[in-house]
Design a protein around this ligand. Structure first.
Ligand SMILES: *[C@@H]1O[C@H](CO)[C@@H](O)[C@H](O)[C@H]1NC(C)=O
Ligand SMILES: *[C@@H]1O[C@H](CO)[C@@H](O)[C@H](O)[C@H]1NC(C)=O
Length: 480
């Protein structure tokens, strides 16, 4: 799977301002500010800043916390720790710029969530975007759901390229006209203007989660969606904000009896009555809403018996599932735990049909990963468009891809050094004991601060988006 880099990183904090500046100013800004650095930036000076972005910011608020393609892959949304959403749009093919196909440019950026304070509990509510989910497009506008720990918002993103002019009672700049000077009536007309992309909050779904929301998932009926926190799952109607139905509640009467929490949940891609949720004990429950309104009793229970020989102090922590995703076909699901990715057939509950080791070499390092809290990192995983390959992240800005048919796997690195625009990504190898070969990196020199938790795969093509802390990389299959 050869991949080339087509766009590296996005600005973030200052992007809104950057887009309105001209090129010399940007260069000045980048040199003067310690917050930004850039290299190999290619500009198109047609008013807009386009082409390869290579900005990166070192602000903690800029850490990317979620990445999600829309259903056709033309749009890509990212959310960050600072509560912002940035949407990228894929460049259309053009005759005079034959290589432009595939480049994603910033389309819209807006503040989705603000920091809040819960006065009753004396708790700060972070603005960090935990998840973004697109709704299928139904008219000219785009809709997406974004959530932080507590509140889900439905955003409408729409374009405007016309403006009404020739009002009777006010000037073009909005000032009221002197009524005595109005001698004739005008008919207002629509005039073309520069394209503007506006994001407006359409619905706010609040006050339904006591614990932190970890997942949202749009149902295949396109009318409802679910939201999951540590102990409960709620079902919402997209039009109704003041109530939701509690469909799973695992909160014990006595909190001291709590032994597991919900870690992720997702709706089945085709059957709107079916959903799954995973737990911190490494199990997955499939529920059918037709069987009962409250799905505390699951329909299927997926669990792999533990191998007693590999049992250790860390067994329970590393078996916790950080992500669950149905395949596009709806026949399989994939789960990510700390060291592996597993593919389950929905018709087989007692073991996964495939298991892929992501970074087995860390098994001997679990003690230090526990001490530096890395063992609690929540890695996500994703399928490619035809379910033939899967991808998930690792440390040192490495990410892994597994081809399900050939059982081949590859480790790639998302870093500025290794991914110049249009450069081929070289497979990386981690040396596990023995003599280290040239090009190999030893387990001890891996950087655990550089982790790839969030990745997304274009639904139709070999284009992937990889979030490496505060940088976004988009790679695509090398054509010709
Ligand atoms: C995804 O976004 C593109 C670009 O605006 C749009 O043309 C397409 O219809 C969207 N796809 C879906 C299925 O929502
Ligand atoms: C998904 O991966 C498989 C295996 O590598 C490949 O054959 C297939 O073309 C890929 N599908 C898409 C839509 O990229």
């Amino acid at each position: 799977m050869p991949f080339v880099c087509i766009l590296s990183t996005c600005k973030r904090a200052v992007l809104g301002q950057l887009l309105s500046l001209n090129v010399p100013t940007i260069q000045w800004l980048c040199h003067e500010s310690q917050l930004l650095c850039f290299s190999s930036v290619l500009f198109e000076s047609q008013g807009d800043v386009k082409c390869f972005f290579f900005f990166s910011s070192f602000l903690p608020a800029d850490i990317i916390s979620t990445v999600e393609f829309n259903y056709s892959g033309e749009l890509l949304a990212t959310g960050d720790k600072g509560g912002r959403v940035v949407i990228f749009q894929r460049e259309q093919e053009s005759k005079n710029r034959p290589h432009s196909r595939g480049e994603y440019n910033v389309y819209s950026t807006f503040q989705s969530h603000e920091p809040e304070f819960d006065y009753l509990k004396s708790l700060e509510i972070e603005e960090k975007i935990n998840k973004i989910r697109w709704l299928p497009q139904q008219n000219a506008a785009h809709f997406l759901l974004s959530t932080n720990d507590k509140t889900i918002k439905l955003w409408k993103i729409s374009e405007r390229d016309k403006r009404a002019e020739g009002y009777n009672l006010k000037d073009e700049d909005g000032r009221l006209r002197d009524p005595f000077r109005i001698t004739s009536l005008r008919v207002p007309v629509l005039m073309p203007m520069d394209l503007m992309v506006e994001a407006s909050p359409r619905r706010i779904f609040a006050n339904a989660h006591t614990y932190h929301i970890n997942s949202i998932s749009v149902n295949s009926d396109h009318e409802t969606y679910l939201s999951a926190d540590d102990l409960r799952i709620n079902l919402w109607h997209l039009e109704i904000t003041d109530r939701s139905f509690n469909i799973v509640d695992i909160k014990p009467a006595n909190m001291e009896e709590l032994t597991e929490v919900i870690t992720a949940a997702e709706c089945h891609p085709h059957q709107c009555n079916v959903f799954v949720y995973s737990s911190s004990k490494g199990t997955i429950r499939l529920c059918d809403m037709r069987a009962a309104a409250l799905c505390d009793r699951h329909t299927k229970f997926f669990e792999e018996p533990e191998d007693p020989s590999s049992r250790s102090f860390f067994s329970e922590i590393i078996s916790s599932i950080s992500d669950v995703k149905f395949s596009h076909s709806g026949r399989y699901m994939m789960t990510r735990d700390y060291l592996s990715v597993k593919v389950w057939d929905l018709n087989m509950e007692n073991r996964p049909v495939e298991t892929y080791q992501v970074h087995e070499y860390l098994r001997s390092k679990l003690c230090s990963l526990y001490e530096n809290d890395c063992i609690f990192d929540k890695f996500e995983c994703c399928w490619n468009g035809s379910d033939g390959a899967i991808m998930t992240g690792s440390y040192n800005n490495f990410f892994r891809m597994f081809d399900r048919n050939s059982r081949r796997d590859i480790t790639l690195e998302a870093s500025r050094e290794s991914s110049k625009p249009r450069a081929m990504l070289k497979p990386r190898k981690v040396c596990t004991g023995g003599k280290r070969k040239k090009d190999e990196i030893s387990v001890d020199s891996l950087d655990f601060n550089k982790k790839i938790l969030h990745t997304a795969w274009h639904p139709k093509e070999n284009v992937i988006a990889v979030a490496a802390t505060n940088n976004l990389y988009i790679f695509q299959d090398k054509i010709n």
